[in-house]
Every structure is written in C-alpha cells, then in structure tokens.
Ligand binder design. Structure first.
Ligand code: PLP
Length: 385
C-alpha cells in the first residue's frame, strides 16, 4: 500500500545526509567528548561543528547555543531558569496557545507561587498584543510566546512581543520548535533572548535539541551534574544526536527558501481542493496574516476527526487531530478553544503538515481519499448548517 506521511508537525523523517553524519558516532567514534584521552576528546570537534551549524540557522553566535534533549527540556529550562534569576521578578507571561511544554511548565511554576499571566489570541489564533501588554510589568521575569503554533501554523509577532517584554525589563523567550527550518529566524534582529528548538522537527533525530541564550544572560542551570556545556547543562554529550542536529540545521538553511515556496504552494492548492471537494469543510486561521508554509488544520463540520483519521490510516495516510486523547477521555484542543472554536467543531479538526519531501501526487491522493471518506461519513451523520 502506498503510504503518505502528513504529520510532519509531530515529527519528521531523518534526512539521509543526517543519518550518514550520525553513523560514525553510533559505531566506531563512540568516545565521550568530555574524556581526557584523545579517543573521546576528539569527538568534541563534532559537537562544535554542530554548534556552529545551529547558530548559523538562527543568526546567533556559536557560544550562544547549548545542546539539550529537545524542545521540552529547552522550554523548561527557559521558564524554570528565568524565574530564579532575580527575586524581584517572578512573573511569567505566556500565550493561551502555547505547546504543553510551555503551558504546563508555566502552570506548574504557578502552583509553586510564581505569578502567571496568559495572553489571549483572537479568532484567527493571532496573539492579542494589547492583552500581552496588559499582563507584562516590572515584576515579570519572562515573556514566552511561541514562534508558530503547532496546530494552526499561525506565526506570532515575535519582534513586537519582544519589545513589549523588554519595555518592562523582562526576558523574551520563544518556543520556535515549529518554526525553525521553516521560516527565516534572526534572533538578534528579532530581539529574542532565549529560543527553543528540536532536531526531530527538521529531519534530525529525536531526543536532541538546543537552546539559544543571548550572550550576557546568566540563566541558571536546571540539570546539574557533570558540568558539560560550561556547567549550564549537565549530562553526557549525545554526540550522534548533536552531529545529526547540526547537519539537519545546515540542510534546513540550504533549503529554507525553496522549501518555503514549495510547501506554501502545495499547501494552498491542497486546501483549495479539499474545501472545493468536501462540503462543510473550512480552513482554521485562514484569515491569519502569516501562517507556516506547510501546516494546516481543517474542520470537517459534523464529522468526528477520529473517524476520518482512522479511515485515512487504513488507507496508509497519516495525519493528526486537533484534539488529544488522554486516558480514554477526549479533550478538546486548548488552541482551538482559546480561539473560540466550539467543542463540536474542534472535535472535527484535522491537522495536515507537510515537509520538503511531500509531493503533489501524495496530496492529490489524499484529497481523493478525503473526498470519499467525508462523503461516506456524511451519509451516516449529515451536518446541520
Ligand atoms: N514545542 C512545540 C511547539 C512543539 O510542537 C513540540 C513538539 O511537538 C515541543 C515543544 C516539544 O519538543 P520535543 O518533542 O523535542 O520535546
């Protein structure tokens, strides 16, 4: 059966060049970069090459990049570190549509007594900057606004949010896990103090990521131990993963412009074909000023997204829903809820996310399947306009 992978916002396939870069470190070059002997210490060169590759993708300096286990750790480090820096600044301000790596970390810190403010988004999923402005004060330690949303693909106003944070003397962090490698980022000109990224979203390996911290910001460590990464992030270097992340970053930078143009064109025609061929379907955040090139959530009015996903899965097409199933109970997407989408509609939401490997043929095949699946499900459950 032909398979079509359209869940690249969840994870991506490893690029062949990335795997090739990693292989020596998974086989013969297994030394520990922190060792005294040359067999291990020579591996540090690979770590430093990767640091430079990641820095170039972000417009940062090498010494501003620290390796972590992924987006979740980087987000935790940003928030948990920032609130410990200055006892007179304990507040955290985030948006309502952050990924749980930020949202749940902020909520957990709120339970420990750190004041939390949550800025609203509008019906397009775009940040309400006035709401952000009202929440930030001279007691705010950190403002954390994601670069692009993982469900809607909506790109947030980073420069403006950083300016709001800085006017009150707060740090500005962005969870750029979905944006890095998809859209250009220049940390310095965008005013970003701290940024999180993850390798597996850009055709790198799972379990490795990085955090950018602007030079001069003394974020305390969260993981203590063997003093790796100048004592900032302890833990034995994941050399294969780091080398893979570096290569993935280099490739992302090489392909950045072409990929964005190609993915945007593919996504736009995909959206149009679905809306035209599946009655009752519409694009979430369609009116947002700026969306990622390759991520779209579509609502199929009156149809359970799980039914569509299951039928697509049976035909070898992999996408995801806008709602999360936990311990058997169905939770509506907090992102769609924050945008004012009602419970029933949000349970009809499907996310399709493309990559630089996605083809027109794969998308056309998916549209055809969707058309017949939606038609079949409509017969069982006709929607009310
Ligand atoms: N932040 C965003 C926006 C994400 O989409 C994800 C992963 O889905 C994460 C953070 C977590 O990253 P990781 O899987 O590397 O821990």
């Amino acid at each position: 059966m032909k398979t079509v992978y359209l869940d690249n916002a969840a994870t991506t396939k490893i690029a062949p060049e990335v795997l090739e870069t990693m292989m020596p470190f998974l086989t013969e070059n297994y030394g520990n970069p922190s060792s005294f002997h040359s067999f291990g210490s020579s591996q540090m060169e690979a770590v430093e090459i990767a640091r430079g590759q990641v820095a170039r993708l972000l417009g940062a300096k090498s010494e501003e990049i620290y390796f972590t286990s992924g987006g979740t750790e980087s987000d935790n480090h940003a928030l948990r570190g920032a609130v410990k820096m200055d006892s007179s600044r304990r507040g955290i301000v985030i948006s309502a549509v952050e990924h749980p790596a930020v949202l749940d970390t902020a909520r957990s810190l709120a339970k420990e007594g750190y004041p939390l403010g949550i800025a609203e988004v509008d019906t397009n999923g775009e940040l309400d900057s006035d709401s952000l402005q009202q929440l930030v004060s001279t007691e705010t330690a950190i403002v954390s606004i994601m670069a692009a949303n993982n469900e809607t693909g909506v790109v947030m106003p980073l420069k403006e949010s950083a300016e709001i944070a800085h006017r009150s003397g707060a740090l500005f962090h962005t969870d750029a896990v979905q944006m890095v490698g998809k859209e250009p980022i220049d940390v310095h000109s965008m005013g970003i103090d701290i940024l999180s990224l993850s390798a597996h979203k850009l055709h790198g390996p799972k379990g490795v990521g990085a955090i950018y911290i602007k030079k001069g910001i003394q974020l305390p460590p969260v993981l203590t131990g063997g003093h790796q990464e100048k004592g900032f992030r302890s833990g034995t270097y994941n050399t294969p993963g780091i080398a893979g992340l570096g290569k993935a970053a280099e490739l992302a930078l090489t392909h950045l412009d072409d990929t964005a143009v190609k993915e945007r064109a593919l996504r736009e025609s995909f959206e149009k074909k679905i809306v035209d061929s599946c009655p009752g379907s519409f694009i979430v955040s369609e009116k947002a000023a700026h969306r990622l090139p390759g991520t779209v959530t579509i609502i199929f009015r009156g149809i359970e997204s799980e039914a569509v996903l299951t039928l697509l899965d049976m035909q070898g097409v992999y996408a995801s829903s806008g709602s999360a199933c936990s311990t058997g109970s169905k939770n509506s997407s907090h992102v769609l809820t924050a945008m004012g989408v009602d419970f029933n509609l949000s349970n009809s939401a499907l996310r399709f996310s493309l990559s630089r490997y996605t083809t027109q043929e794969e998308l056309d095949h998916t549209v055809k399947l969707l058309e017949s699946i939606v038609e079949r499900l409509r017969r069982i459950s006709p929607y009310a306009e």
